[in-house]
Design a protein around this ligand. Structure first.
Ligand code: SF4
Length: 537
């Protein structure tokens, strides 16, 4: 075991809590020491849920260990069922309680509660949070939907011709990255295709909803980390096909529409024609093309990391220089995706290793979790969060999906704007000695307030000349322009080099045209600023 300050995933019982928390009438009794109640804060403080998770902890203390902890557990289950009247109860143990070996499942069943008891065996020393969520959802589905499964090998009856196709959405949980909004967006998308959503689970489902999962024509797995295991079991037990294309990005959303249309037997054309994403046009617009080829590092859960890399390269024109995940269970998927970019995937849950990788690759944008946000901030690199684990600001009050065409718009905004802000910082740094950026200067676009021509020449140039910023030695001007145009003084050349590289060429050309028109023999700093004022009018 490794001691660490931060961790990408909690123990598996936190994954179980992520499932229990979003079910409407299922309670989780957790055999756990007193300190484990900290997990409540993840849901109430980070996700800002209005209620405590439906979890009862036995909260045993050191002095209880010499006594009857099994009786303590039974009493907790009894009291929780009397108080909360759940339709089903999940029972399990946290890391420390696992060592006591009290068998929560056997103890709870022996109580004869009259409701389904679902025991969770979550090996805390080998597995982590997302695995725990997947395992919990799978056992819940087996326990509640299993009784209505047809005998093995029974073919699925055809959908009545007068009923629209319907599917379940599987995988969204508490503490997921934008799960709440993704469900809304995907439900809308499916409706535009004439497909109804039968059950969303676990998010918002009741025990009775989970029991009727087998009724839908097919399953849509939104988050393979938490939903694929249950969907695979449903496919085996109810002959329900599964769509596991994750619709993050315009391209993947089109693929998703095609996959759903094939399974549901509907025409994909209307949904494709109704595409509402502005991001493809924005990404091609003049404003964004200077971002082409930006080096981006991507890290997160497997689903979001793989999807983000595809969007970054294929839809925004970035260069993916690093791709990785903290989820070892999904290493194969991420390695396959990384190979598409000629990369070796970074599979680690050690954030220090991720930090070293980012520092070594010198990306211009980091797309990651809350952890990479900290790392990028330290390194001064623009960053956007794309995946759990997240912090409180990643549960925004506004609608902000990642999936579907609206999700693609959100990705564009949240990834491109940090780059633009980075550029603004850069410009502010480069022009910090310019009078227009000086304290008290009027905005340069308001000519009537502060006419540029009225600005005195000397005070403008004095601070520039006195600038303590070290600048590289002037490079002699050579080539055709230098041969035919006025000479640049060393001081003006030095000043020119303070202008960002992507506009420097234009500034040089404009200044030389201006100097020639004015008959200047050489270009001084004053000529440079006069030219700037002239072309800025
Ligand atoms: S039981 Fe595990 S999760 Fe709970 S406080 Fe102890 S180490 Fe942490």
């Amino acid at each position: 075991m490794q001691l660490t300050v931060w961790t990408y995933e909690g123990p598996p019982h936190v994954g179980a809590m992520r499932v229990a928390t979003v079910l409407t009438d299922v309670h989780y009794v957790l055999h756990a020491p007193q300190g484990d109640t900290y997990a409540d804060l993840l849901f109430t403080m980070i996700e800002r849920r209005g209620a405590r998770p439906p979890v009862t902890y036995t909260t045993f203390q050191a002095r209880d260990l010499g006594g009857d902890t099994a009786e303590l557990f039974k009493q907790s289950v009894r009291e929780a069922c009397e108080r909360f009247r759940p339709a089903a109860v999940l029972v399990g143990a946290s890391c420390t309680a696992e060592l006591i070996q009290d068998d929560p499942g056997g103890l709870a069943r022996a109580l004869g509660l009259g409701i389904p008891v679902i025991p969770l065996e979550l090996p805390a020393y080998q597995r982590k949070e997302n695995w725990g969520a997947s395992e919990t959802f799978y056992h819940l589905v087996r326990a509640l939907a299993g009784p209505s499964a047809p005998p093995p090998g029974t073919p699925r009856p055809a959908r009545p011709a007068d009923r629209r196709p319907r599917c379940n959405l599987l995988g969204p949980t508490a503490l997921g990255f934008r799960h709440r909004d993704d469900v809304v967006e995907v439900t809308r998308l499916l409706a535009s295709m004439g497909v109804d959503v039968s059950v969303v689970a676990p998010l918002g489902a009741s025990a009775a909803d989970v029991a009727r999962l087998g009724e839908a024509d097919f399953n849509v797995v939104l988050y393979p980390e938490t939903g694929r295991q249950a969907a695979t079991w449903l496919a085996r037990s109810f002959c329900q096909p599964m769509v596991d294309v994750v619709p993050i990005g315009v391209g993947a959303t089109r693929d998703f529409i095609a996959a759903v249309a094939a399974v549901a037997g509907v025409d994909p054309a209307p949904a494709l024609a109704a595409e509402t994403a502005r991001s493809p046009w924005y990404a091609r617009s003049v404003d964004s093309t200077y971002l082409t080829g930006k080096r981006v590092f991507v890290f997160g859960d497997a689903t979001h990391a793989v999807a983000a890399a595809r969007v970054a390269r294929d839809e925004l024109g970035f260069t993916v220089v690093g791709l990785g995940t903290y989820q070892r269970e999904f290493a194969r998927e991420v390695r396959t995706a990384a190979a598409l970019y000629g990369l070796e995937a970074l599979i680690t849950d050690d954030y220090l290793e991720v930090e070293a990788s980012i520092a070594g690759l010198h990306p211009e944008l980091v797309l990651g979790t809350q952890m990479e946000r900290h790392i990028a901030k330290r390194l001064g690199v623009p960053c956007a969060v794309i995946s759990a684990p997240v912090h409180v600001q990643d549960f925004p009050a506004r609608y902000s999906p990642q999936m579907g065409f609206e999700g693609a718009n959100v990705l564009f905004d949240s990834w491109v704007h940090p780059l633009m802000m980075g550029l603004e910082e850069h410009l502010l740094g480069m022009f910090r000695d310019d009078p227009e950026f000086a304290d008290g200067a009027a905005p340069s676009h308001l000519a009537s307030v502060a006419p540029i021509a009225a600005a005195p020449a000397e005070p403008i140039l004095a601070p520039v000349a006195a600038s303590p910023v070290p600048v590289p030695a002037p490079v002699p001007v050579t080539g055709p322009v230098a041969a035919t145009g006025p000479d640049w003084t060393a001081e003006a050349e030095r000043e020119l080099r303070k202008i960002p590289f992507f506009v420097r060429g234009k500034a040089r050309r404009n200044t030389e045209i201006f100097a020639r028109d004015k008959g200047c023999a050489s270009i001084t700093v004053e000529t440079l600023y006069d030219a700037k004022a002239h072309f800025g009018r």
